[in-house]
Write a protein that binds this ligand. Structure first.
Ligand code: 13P
Length: 253
């Protein structure tokens, strides 16, 4: 009914040789993806073409960028446009990761424009949302995430929105070893789906893939993925180790 995805976010790690080795090791594991299951690998920009070539003959394996610019083209030295990503065959782009929001001052409004650029170029956004620890402690996480969704996505048509994957990544769980419990993840994912239903309709909500990210690893992936509204994971640290990443993919149900 909706796609199940495990996506690896390499962040700013690995040399080209190391990345190539990692992809080859993942491919050699002989994963058998079921209908509707996808593996997405988000490499740094310089490796996207190579990753795409390595994955070309593997159905169900896709490549993602970790960012794109909010404008179509122009005098933005050092930036990468969605059209450039499209021109090299990139399938997905991660947008709104909490590291980009924090270190590169990406606002919900700027992310709305990045989403538009991605969609205009046929690239599927993986839109990240999630609350910092203080918001969770104040029990305001639902309002916080609802605002992120509304301000970056609610200008879309239902047809445009159908191309968007959501990733819920509670900031307090990223790279900390602290995972949201399966119940916490399920609660938030169900909330996100209900928000989508209110805005885009029930059918759209049922078809939206919502990934969990934050210290997901082989030991907790099965429990997380077993929750009805958790449709896979966005994996950071564990995506850099082939055996761990492959093991997480096998936990998709
Ligand atoms: O940020 C993440 C994926 O985008 C999660 O990172 P970790 O899996 O390292 O916690």
């Amino acid at each position: 009914m909706r796609k199940k995805i495990v996506a690896g976010n390499w962040k700013m790690n690995l040399t080209l040789a190391q990345g190539e080795q990692l992809i080859n090791d993942i491919l050699q594991a002989g994963l058998k993806l079921e209908e509707g299951q996808e593996v997405v690998i988000a490499t740094p920009f310089p490796y996207l073409l190579k990753a795409k070539a390595l994955l070309k003959n593997y159905p169900g394996f896709y490549v993602a960028a970790q960012n794109c610019h909010s404008e179509k083209s122009g005098a933005f030295t050092g930036e990468v446009a969605a059209e450039m990503l499209q021109s090299i065959g990139v399938d997905y782009v991660i947008l709104g990761h909490s590291e980009r929001r924090e270190y590169f001052q990406e606002s919900n409004e700027m992310l709305a424009r990045k989403i538009d650029q991605a969609l205009a170029n046929g690239i599927k956004p993986i839109f990240c949302c999630g609350e910092p620890l203080a918001i969770r402690q104040a029990e305001s996480q639902n309002d916080y995430v609802a605002a992120q969704l509304a301000e970056s996505l609610y200008h879309l048509t239902a047809e445009q929105f159908s191309q968007v994957v959501i990733a819920y990544e509670p900031i307090w769980a990223i790279g900390t070893g602290l995972t949201a419990s399966a119940a916490q993840a399920q609660d938030m994912h169900a909330f996100i789906r209900s928000q989508i239903a209110n805005k885009f309709g029930r059918e759209a909500a049922l078809h939206t893939t919502i990934l969990y990210g934050g210290s997901a690893k082989p030991g907790n992936a099965a429990e997380l993925f077993a929750s009805p509204d958790v449709d896979g994971g966005l994996i950071g640290g564990a995506s850099l180790v082939a055996a761990d990443f492959v093991s997480i993919v096998t936990k998709l149900s």
